[in-house]
Design a protein around this ligand. Structure first.
Ligand SMILES: [Zn+2]
Length: 185
């Protein structure tokens, strides 16, 4: 038996059937830590890593910027700017890219403050959700929605946290945390 850490570890979000590097069928090899997915041709250990997902709460005094986007996953609810990090991005880069795509606002990474990080998983895949706060005054550019029919709303934080604004509970928690408010639910 041996430790697997002398081999390269290939992080995957979903368990692969074939090696992404050489295309061989992925096998299994016994290590001290137990059986690990393994490519013998590449001498690679596979390890499932979480996908980084990011959100940003843009604070404008006692208001928060929310998106009203006509897409199925946001049907009937407003949402925070955010999305998934690309494989070559850190979370701050990713959240600033998403903010710019969705609102046309730009900011520098040091203007972001980390609010929360949560781990969540299903049987197939795991996520790290990082939420940042950003002052509207620290942004540049002119607010502009990503597509026709989309809107960017500036909602009072009390209405958002208190439940008067339709928003997913997970986003309501993010807004409450970014404004240091108790979440009533
Ligand atoms: Zn391989």
């Amino acid at each position: 038996m041996e430790d697997y850490d002398r081999f390269d570890i290939y992080s995957v979000a979903l368990d692969p059937e074939y090696c992404p590097q050489c295309g061989s069928e992925v096998g299994s090899r016994e290590f001290d830590a137990g059986p690990m997915d393994w490519c013998g041709d590449c001498e690679l250990v596979f390890s499932r890593g979480p996908i980084a997902a990011v959100h940003v709460v843009v604070r404008d005094d006692d208001h928060v910027l929310l998106l009203d986007e006509l897409i199925p996953q946001h049907d009937g609810v407003l949402s925070l700017p955010g999305g998934h990090a690309h494989h070559d991005e850190g979370p701050r880069e990713a959240v600033l890219r998403e903010l710019e795509e969705e609102t046309a606002l730009a900011a520098t990474p040091d203007a972001l403050s980390l609010v929360t990080v949560y781990h969540a998983e299903t049987d197939a895949v795991a996520f790290h959700f990082a939420t940042y706060a950003l002052e509207y005054a620290d942004t540049t550019g002119t607010l502009s929605p990503e597509a026709d029919g989309f809107e960017i709303r500036r909602e009072p934080v009390d209405d958002v946290v208190g439940g008067a604004v339709p928003i997913r509970d997970s986003d309501r928690e993010r807004v409450a945390a970014a404004f240091d408010r108790e979440h009533p639910l």
